[in-house]
Ligand binder design. Sequence first.
Ligand code: NDP
Length: 448
Amino acid sequence: MALQNKYLADLLEKVKQRNQGEPEFIQAVTEVFVSLEPVAEKRPDLVEAGVFERIVEPERQIIFRVPWVDDNGKTQVNRGFRVEFNSAIGPYKGGLRLHPSVYLGIIKFLGFEQIFKNSLTTLPMGGGKGGSDFNPKGKSDAEVMRFCQSFMTELSKHIGPDTDVPAGDIGTGAREIGYMFGQYKRLRNEFTGVLTGKGLTFGGSLARTEATGYGVCYFTDELLKANGKSFEGQTVVISGSGNVAIYATQKATELGAKVVALSDSNGYIYDENGIDLELVKQLKEVERKRIKEYVNVHPEAKYTEGCSGIWTIPCDIALPCATQNEIDEASAKTLAENGCYAVIEGANMPSTPEAIEVYFANNMLFGPAKAANAGGVAVSGLEMSQNSERLSWTFEDVDNRLHNIMKEIFKSCDEAAKEYGMEGNYMAGANIAGFLKVAEAMKAQGCV
Ligand code: NDP
């Protein structure tokens, strides 16, 4: 993806120089800048206001030591991060990722994406992201609790319900959020909506668990309908088997599709009869087991080692819901050759730039992550509203609001793409629509 606009090309060079060793962050900025070229041409006032220079620099980056004691009495040390990227339209908002691959570049790419995603939801939320290289896998509950308490002891100095409101992400589910919330409350002596994704007995929102996966399918449904198609009778491949993948499987099935494959970081299962989701929920949500255990109950299904092979399964629609850069050029070509006509991203940045070029070259429908997976943060925003009101809305109420938000997100991507002469390019539409709202706010607030 080469930039034609000299101003943005020069700025991208500066970003590369300043953020060396952070390829995921550079990848995310490059994709957004490519989409924003027509905006830079059409809106010299935003260039004049320095919006582009400011938006690629986080407002604040916090890196801290997280010491904790394991079950053998040994001290362990992890590194914690919180990147408060942009607060032009609301308090920083974004999840906490707990995974051994976490370093500053991953958190910055996620925080940068979050700015535009949160803007698209129409709710007043700025962009942020955090996490740690701690690996919750294989740890006892007591170890996870001690880590979360140590992590929150430092993080609590920087967040607050009107400042920065973290949530879950890879490796951070209800258990981790519960431990972190408990520690924040103890340290600050405050019961506030400082985290979202909380348990239902202490301020969590109904439908937050389902929100990202359901939202991906609501968005996909709109995109398919706008292109004369639907989920009905379609074969769908979904990667991952975590929170997003599970609830995308559920909603896609409800909308008439057959989901035939899921994966984890070790391998994938293929069940041509359609995935038995109750079994997957039991294995992953309750027993915290590997996806390969599925074939013990369904021997007619097939398990294959290695997660990228999942893209060789023929399908109509692919929903990558595991992690960044999981579909490369070769996988994208295989998908296209096997007749896949739509890729909608549940995970953050799951397609490499080369893969995206393959989608466009083959006229595939492409739904970018920052629009398609915005349902999670949207319901987090609704959780914040419920906490402020000290009320709990019903599941149906939250789900209806989520559905409407996803419809609106699709509409803004579609309209922005049309307005800037790129009809059908929902990636450009999402980047432009998400950017413009934040950019106007940044311009109005002056050079801060
Ligand atoms: P979970 O931790 O619940 O699940 C992640 C899934 O992806 C697991 O199946 C995991 O397998 C797999 N996975 C993780 N890392 C890798 C890797 N390096 N290679 C292959 N597979 C991997 O996370 P979520 O479902 O919450 O998140 C999935 C994606 O969706 C992430 O990109 C996240 O940022 C994004 N997202 C999540 C939101 C949410 O509300 N939860 C909101 C918006 C986006 P294993 O168990 O083997 O690690």
